[in-house]
Design a protein around this ligand. Structure first.
Ligand SMILES: [Zn+2]
Ligand SMILES: [Zn+2]
Length: 138
């Protein structure tokens, strides 16, 4: 009986130890997009952090400006992304999000997650409507 308990304890310790090591190896980076915290999970390739970003494509030609800044101290990646055409907008309420600026593809809206609890891609996990960049205006 006592042998069994010791074996179990050893197994538990191995599991906890392995889990701790795994966490230390992959230090999470918080992605901030246009000031909104995102649920995007970054990937690591040696010293490089890879950020998967989603860009909406419409029938019109769009030019995007994307700037990235990685802060190793606070473990954050600051992303600024904007489409040149969006600057001409801002006159009517956005009909994709009913003007509230929340991503309607999320569940619940604006959470950055989909129905399965996985990061929702169209808003890059920020929960902000990507049609109006969360402003509520088109
Ligand atoms: Zn979304
Ligand atoms: Zn919108």
């Amino acid at each position: 009986m006592s042998m069994k308990i010791r074996l179990l304890l050893l197994l538990v310790l191995t599991f906890v130890g392995g889990f701790g090591l795994g966490l230390a190896a992959v230090e999470p980076y918080q992605v901030i997009i246009n000031g909104n915290p995102s649920k995007i999970q970054v990937q690591h390739d040696k010293d490089t952090v890879l950020v998967p970003l989603t860009l909406p494509v419409t029938g019109e030609s769009a030019e995007w400006t994307v700037s990235l800044l990685r802060d190793d101290k606070s473990h954050k990646v600051d992303v600024k992304m904007s489409a040149a055409s969006l600057k001409l907008r801002g006159v009517q309420d956005c009909y994709y999000c009913s003007g509230n600026g929340l991503c309607s593809n999320d569940y619940p809206a604006g959470s950055g997650h989909n129905y399965s609890g996985i990061t929702e891609g169209s808003c890059n996990g920020t929960g902000r409507c990507y049609h109006c960049s969360g402003t509520g205006k088109l």
